[in-house]
Design a binder for this molecule. Structure first.
Ligand code: A3P
Length: 288
């Protein structure tokens, strides 16, 4: 049955981000997930592209042919992007689907499905820094102003995709609602990519030989992905992402926030973090 013939529930959803429309949010909220889908869920700048690459390699037993011939947005399309709808519909599966949407929007569609959900989280101070730099090169996002101004917006949750705190709490507090849910952090992937690959393999029930794992590890390293035009977003026209203003694959490091935050900004952040995360079991380390 064609997608438009399916009766949709109309939700009146309000959500920060100038690119979200009622139509795009309702499309996502009514999406028919398949049991064979793997859904990558992240707050922006938390390692989304990295996980897209890891899953592509794992599902292909370390064979990089697909990863080297198709841009990541074709092999792991975005649920909330109009340009991905046809790709999503045409794909017979197993599909890799990517989204930054919060739990409360996707819950009705995902709750009863057997789709596998992989949630990647990253230390929010590094997320804020990475997101700030991304705003400067991504022309579809508003001018972030100074870092101090951007940080205030980030802490208030008024940036595109809303509050980091609500995103992490929303998804992790409801992990038990999913039949298959994997929580992994960007920091864990940085510190032990080999172990993280094995974790994803176990979760997706794909067994890779040691040789395939080692190859995948090399392929998914920052140095390799930085040069790979299928994931470094240099194929995107300059009007959309201007690589002369900064690279998408920027630094790929833990703790870059220390180069950007003043002591006062860090204290304010810590206070907001403590208040917002008081009821959460997910706590991030600031030192590694
Ligand atoms: P930085 O801006 O801190 O360098 P997303 O894909 O969710 O938008 O996240 C982008 C961030 O992930 C960027 O962070 C990018 O450099 C980092 N990243 C992407 N691939 C990576 C890899 N293989 N290793 C480490 N970091 C990676």
């Amino acid at each position: 049955m064609a997608r438009l013939d399916v009766a949709e529930t109309f939700y009146n959803i309000k959500f920060p981000g100038h690119m979200h429309t009622q139509d795009s949010l309702n499309y996502a909220a009514n999406f028919k997930f398949q049991d064979t889908d793997t859904v990558i869920v992240t707050y922006p700048k938390s390692g989304t592209t990295w996980m897209q690459e890891i899953i592509t390699l794992v599902l292909n037993k370390g064979d990089p042919t697909l990863a080297r011939s198709q841009p990541n947005w074709l092999r792991a399309p975005w649920l909330e992007q109009y340009y991905c709808r046809q790709i999503l519909q045409a794909s017979t599966g197993p599909r890799i689907i990517t989204t930054h949407l919060p739990y409360h929007i996707l819950a009705p569609a995902l709750r009863d499905s057997k789709a596998k959900v992989i949630y990647v989280a990253r230390n929010p101070k590094d997320v804020a820094v990475s997101y700030y730099h991304f705003h400067k090169m991504a022309n579809f996002l508003p001018d972030p102003g100074t870092f101090s101004e951007f940080l205030s917006d980030f802490l208030e949750g008024t940036v595109h995709y809303g509050s980091w705190f609500d995103h992490v709490k929303g998804w992790t507090d409801h992990a038990q609602n999913f039949q298959k849910f994997l929580y992994i952090t960007y920091e864990e992937m940085c510190q032990d990519l080999h172990g993280s690959l094995k974790k994803v393999c176990r979760f997706l029930q794909c067994s890779l030989t040691e040789e395939e794992l080692k190859f995948s590890q090399k392929h998914c390293s920052f140095n390799s992905m930085e040069e790979n035009i299928m994931v470094n977003y240099t194929l995107i026209p300059q009007e959309i992402m201007d690589h002369s203003k900064g690279k998408f694959m920027r630094k790929g490091k833990i703790g870059d926030w220390k180069n950007m935050f003043t002591e006062e900004q860090s204290d304010v952040f810590d206070a907001v973090y403590s208040a917002q995360m008081a009821d959460s079991s997910q706590l991030f380390k600031w030192e590694y």
